[in-house]
Design a protein around this ligand. Structure first.
Ligand code: SF4
Length: 182
């Protein structure tokens, strides 16, 4: 892959707590064809807006924030910039970052698309949790965590790859043990 590939982004959030668990660096890419009614980020839909920078410089920018070890790639539609987002995820994963990727596509469709566009497979391979599917207003609920509507799935990609079937992500519960002195 070409390390000098450019990425078109809508914006970034260096300290997000809503795009996955814990403190995360969120990258919102620019451009999305899904046009979901009620889209949370309609300004990110145009493929011409936003700003363009190299993936390399974005990785440097992310690493400058020493507090964050997890990154979310959202949008816009990351899989409409597959080479750039795959390279971003690959470089960060190489350095031990956890990666969540949001998409309006369904995982099964992305798998099929990856046969024609290998970068889609690379982005999937470097993603820990994939939040898939379009936003559906009729299925919107404020009770849902890390997703806008109930049709969207939080997919544990490591287990999905291992078991060759879609496995839902589940948050590791913090086990609170009582100190011996109590
Ligand atoms: S996939 Fe996301 S960014 Fe794209 S239109 Fe739907 S809600 Fe908006």
């Amino acid at each position: 892959m070409n390390a000098s590939v450019d990425i078109r982004i809508f914006g970034t959030a260096a300290d997000s707590i809503v795009d996955g668990p814990g403190l995360r660096y969120a990258v919102f890419v620019q451009g999305c064809s899904h046009r979901c009614p009620g889209c949370h980020n309609p300004e990110s839909q145009s493929h011409c807006g936003g700003t363009v920078q190299s993936v390399e410089s974005l990785v440097v920018q992310i690493k400058e924030n020493g507090l964050v070890h997890d990154v979310t790639i959202s949008g816009g539609e990351p899989f409409e910039q597959p080479e750039a987002c795959a390279e971003l995820a690959r470089q960060l994963k190489e350095d031990g970052y956890g990666i969540w990727t949001y998409t309006g596509f369904q995982y099964e469709d992305l798998l099929r698309m990856s046969e024609e566009i290998p970068a889609i497979g690379v982005l999937l391979d470097n993603t820990d949790v994939l939040v898939d599917g379009p936003f559906v207003q009729a299925k919107k609920s404020l009770m849902l965590k890390f997703r806008g509507s109930s049709n969207q799935r939080l997919i544990d990609m490591r287990k999905t790859r291992e078991q060759n079937r879609v496995v839902a992500w589940q948050r590791e519960e913090e086990v609170i043990t009582r100190p011996a002195a109590w």
